[in-house]
Design a protein around this ligand. Structure first.
Ligand SMILES: [Ca+2]
Ligand SMILES: [Ca+2]
Length: 307
């Protein structure tokens, strides 16, 4: 897999997606629908004021995410207590940027390296899917990321990932980031978390926010009810075209703007079909990659993650 041994045990196999995608290339007229891959999150690592866990609705407890590639689009869903539009500042009690604490941007890392290494190499992709957030890029879209910024200080968030972890543990919760460890090997956990794109190159603007998955051919709950141990009050997500993304394995992650919860999941993108001029061509093999996710909220700190 090309990944550090310590991460392997937590990454789920991608059998259904890989098998379905390869069949697309071989038998184009009988393509089976790929299965949604789910990643559950701790249900006691969302911090909403003094509450840890799911008793605060709305709140920041994230229950899990799912993703699937269908044809040339990637669908990502959330099961969460964080409503569309974010956690309103009237509930926070102090002003926050944009009037709410929303989602940060989602990052995709195909490099096989840590988030920080991928940033240094400028080998990182980002998706702004939440129109209510405080991203540094002006429109929804897929970006090749140049720099990231922390929006935690502007959104009543934690100063660092370690501060978030300490708070969760002290209150009896279990911090978890899904596909990546919280041991400093993937994120720098001692500095403000870069949870939003600061600058980047727009690759595609076809990011579609999904409020109702049933309108896109999925179960209304995106299958969360049957595939997660527990589910949040809200289900929504987005889709994006895969044409501008690399093929192969990735690690994706997203944090709330305050990093009061977040999640990383492992995935893979496959070629939809062989080139028309060469229908017998083999589908490219997935390459090695990594990705993940997390977030918090307070102050805009634009910086390059060179440290
Ligand atoms: Ca959670
Ligand atoms: Ca905000």
């Amino acid at each position: 897999m090309g990944l550090p041994t310590r991460w392997r045990g937590r990454w789920r196999p991608l059998r259904s997606l890989a098998a379905g995608s390869l069949l697309v290339g071989a038998i184009a007229t009988t393509t089976p629908a790929a299965a949604i891959q789910y990643t559950a999150d701790s249900v006691t690592d969302g911090v909403t004021g003094g509450v840890i866990g799911g008793s605060a609705v709305p709140g920041f407890e994230l229950y899990g995410m799912g993703y699937v590639q269908r044809s040339d689009r990637l669908y990502v869903g959330f099961s969460t207590h964080l409503p569309i539009g974010g956690y309103d500042q009237s509930l926070v009690g102090i002003p926050v940027a944009g009037g709410s604490i929303a989602w940060g941007d989602l990052f995709l890392n195909f490099s096989g390296q840590s988030f920080d290494q991928a940033l240094v190499a400028e080998d990182l992709y980002g998706i702004r899917f939440d129109a209510a957030n405080d991203s540094g890029v002006p429109q929804l879209g897929l970006y090749r990321v140049t720099t990231v910024q922390s929006v935690t200080a502007l959104n009543s968030g934690f100063d660092s990932l370690n501060q978030y972890i300490t708070t969760v543990v002290q209150q009896g919760g279990t911090p978890d980031m899904g596909a990546v460890p919280l041991d400093g090997s993937y994120f720098n956990q001692t500095i403000p978390m870069g949870n939003a794109i600061a600058t980047g190159t727009l690759l595609a603007s076809d990011v579609t926010f999904i409020r109702d998955f049933s309108a896109h051919g999925f179960a209304a709950d995106f299958g969360f009810g049957a595939n997660l141990p527990a589910t949040g009050a809200f289900t929504y997500g987005f889709s994006v075209g895969t044409e501008k993304l690399p093929l192969g394995e990735f690690v994706a992650h997203v944090f709330a703007e305050c990093i009061n919860d977040g999640l990383a999941f492992r995935g893979s993108l496959s070629a939809v079909r062989p080139p028309a001029s060469n229908p017998g061509a083999a589908v490219p093999e997935p390459s090695t990659g990594i990705a993940l996710g997390l977030v918090s909220c307070l102050g805009l700190r634009l910086r390059r993650r060179m440290d």
